[in-house]
Design a protein around this ligand. Structure first.
Ligand code: COA
Ligand code: ADP
Length: 587
């Protein structure tokens, strides 16, 4: 187990320090622990929130409050006597909000080992003043790692802001509403797990502006959720994950917080506990502060998950929550599977559906941004101002083609993001049909490559094998820059669609990660980079260009450059792909 990098620096060596970075180290004492002598997650959430808040305030220079926290998965528990090291830094500032990245590591003082406990992304918002909202100054990333996080933060924000709508859409899906409650002989009535508890918000629970700390509220919520979970299993459960949540409104010193929890559903080895936090003062009506959904497991002495009893939900509301917990489980799995996996662990073609669209888009765009940000690209060759770079990573060889075009960046973006136009400049695109326009920025295409590989090498996402025509189902996600300095991005990856299974006569090809990054060089010139993370079967074809035996890439991208110039003053109707005729079959 390694020590954090900045702690390993040699004496006298200058270490880059992000000005918003805040560190907190705490030794876990018995008063922080539960009955298993493990750090309670509520206490950890308080430490994480206060560290992140200090980081946010360092950038903002004014008081900030927690707006939301993305999904958190706890990979390990932390024992009494071990040290918790928390590091928080601002990844990006938007208008009044900023994303703070939080990393929690555990340190065993006796064995000098360190390991990751969890990572989280919280959004903090500047507190409104009498003068209105406080606008944040932009945060300028200074290292390559910061640039990647800065860029991905914009994509994560996009995902978080549509989270509530995704949940609403999914919960109204009839398939989930028709789920029958599984009758079981020894099912535990859900009301047996119900908890209600009140807390008075005192000054130690609040910041200097008398606003209740988000972390304190999360800790109280975790407390009631743990009681509900323990009542189902009559054992000490372990909190494994918390779904993304949003603080809907503020709370202050003097508030009474009412916390309610119940087990919504029990699966084989895990259960979902829902918690609701509401606040009131005096005779005022209750204000909804937060609702969270937490996943617990029960482990045996060897740490293996135990089988849980079934739950018998209450009628009406309980039944609805039971069904909704199943829907949330799907989202949770999608998010964990598609987002949290390392790029190389994500299977090539993930089934696309409306409920996982936003995660697949995130995966698509973030994979391309991370590939583009690698600093070990090697210039392989250059011809007619078109450069070919390669990047070797374990099993995968990636390549990048770069050239400048006399076209404004935005125009190049509009032209290249309509994939159906690629047939006009890329001989490896024989046909390209728009299957479905998901929204203004995401499209599903079917691409067919010709049966004879022209020039011997394909610059398209794949090449033909054994003379068989190949087709691809691609998700194309396009993103204009969030602010100056960001590139325009068009990301491509394979997905599977039940409406478009592989058909006879076509070899279904797969694209792991490909696409364009377009930077503005001047008002009239843009730098275009095309990336392709080649799967092993594509390697022999690309290697002919890399070895200098072929120059089909150069030809293709020279044609692309000419095509862009020909289209620089020629806007197509509305500059967007036509709407699909097949929408209804997908929705
Ligand atoms: N996740 C992340 N950011 C969110 C968000 C969410 N679910 N909902 C809104 N925001 C961001 C917006 O993107 C916006 O950011 P920007 O200015 O950088 O573009 C910012 O919050 C303000 O959005 P706005 O639409 O003006 O405000 P709102 O009416 O939606 O209120 C909060 C958002 C967070 C300010 C409001 O819900 C609030 O006060 N919550 C309580 C916060 C608090 O007190 N927390 C401590 C514990 S109680
Ligand atoms: P929803 O009921 O749609 O899930 P809420 O925000 O009302 O959303 O509640 C969030 C969760 O809090 C619920 O799923 C449930 O698990 C828990 N909860 C809500 N009300 C109660 C209550 N009266 N008693 C116990 N738990 C509750």
């Amino acid at each position: 187990m390694s020590r954090p990098q900045d702690e390993m620096a040699e004496e006298g060596e200058e270490v880059f320090r992000n000005l918003t970075e805040v560190k907190k180290s705490q030794i876990v004492m018995p008063c922080h622990a539960n009955h298993r002598q493990e750090l309670s997650v509520g206490q950890l959430l308080k430490w994480m929130d206060s560290t992140a808040c200090l980081s946010a305030e360092r950038h903002a220079g004014c008081p900030c409050v927690t707006a939301s926290v993305d999904d958190i998965h706890f990979e390990h528990t932390i024992g009494v006597g071990q040290v918790v090291n928390i590091k928080a830094k601002v990844n990006r500032a938007f208008n009044t909000s900023m994303e703070v990245g939080i990393v929690v590591n555990c340190e065993d003082l006796f064995s000098d080992s360190h390991w990751r406990v969890c990572q989280a992304f919280a959004t903090f918002v500047t507190q409104r003043t009498t003068g209105g909202k406080v606008q944040l100054r932009p945060l300028v990333p200074r290292t390559q790692e910061e640039q990647v996080e800065h860029s991905l933060a914009a994509e994560r924000r996009r995902m978080r802001l549509v989270h509530a709508d995704i949940m609403k859409d999914l919960l109204t899906n009839r398939a989930f509403q028709q789920v029958e409650v599984q009758e079981a002989e020894k099912a535990v009535p859900a009301e047996r797990t119900q908890v209600e508890s009140v807390e008075l918000v005192l000054p130690p629970h609040a910041n200097h502006q008398v606003n209740t700390f988000g972390g304190q509220i999360m800790a109280w919520m975790e407390n009631v959720a743990t009681i509900a979970a323990s009542r189902l299993c009559n054992a000490h459960p372990t909190l494994r994950s918390i779904d993304m949540f949003h603080f809907r409104g503020p709370s202050q010193v003097g508030d009474r917080l009412v916390l309610k929890a119940i087990v919504n559903n029990a699966f084989k080895n895990s259960m979902e506990v829902g918690v609701c936090a509401e606040a009131y003062q005096g005779e005022e009506p209750l204000r909804h502060i937060n609702s969270a959904f937490m996943i617990f497991e029960v482990c045996d002495r060897d740490g293996k998950p135990c089988t849980l009893p079934k739950i018998q939900p209450e009628p009406l509301e309980g039944r609805r929550r039971y069904q909704e917990a199943i829907a949330r489980k799907k989202i949770r799995l999608d998010r964990k599977y598609i987002i949290s996996c390392k790029q190389t662990e994500v299977p090539l073609s993930v089934p696309w559906d409306l409920s996982n669209q936003v995660y697949l888009s995130y995966n698509n765009v973030s994979a391309l941004k991370m590939l583009a940000a690698r600093n070990n690209w090697v210039l392989n060759s250059e011809k007619n101002k078109v450069s070919l770079y390669t990047l070797e990573q374990k099993q995968v060889l990636s390549f990048k083609i770069e050239f400048e075009a006399d076209v404004p960046a935005e125009r190049a973006f509009m032209v290249l993001s309509d994939l159906s136009k690629r047939v006009e400049w890329d001989p490896n695109y024989e046909r390209c049909e728009l299957i479905h326009r998901v929204d203004d920025d995401d499209f599903l295409y079917r691409v067919v490559t010709p049966s004879i590989c022209q020039g011997g090498v394909s610059s398209s996402p794949s090449v033909n094998q054994g003379g068989m025509v190949q087709d691809f189902i691609l998700l194309a996600s396009r993103r204009p820059p969030c602010d100056s300095g960001d590139p325009y991005v068009i990301a491509l990856r394979s997905v599977t669609l039940p409406t478009h299974p592989p058909t006879e006569g076509y070899n279904r090809g797969e694209v792991l990660c490909a696409g364009f990054s377009i930077m503005e060089v001047s008002n009239t010139v843009s730098k275009i980079s095309y990336f392709n993370q080649a799967s092993p079967e594509v390697l022999p074809y690309i290697s002919t260009d890399i070895a200098g035996l072929s120059s089909s890439f150069y030809g293709t991208f020279c044609t692309c450059s000419t095509f862009l110039q020909d289209n620089r003053d020629n806007p197509t109707p509305k500059d967007q792909p036509p709407s699909s005729t097949l929408n209804s079959t997908l929705l």
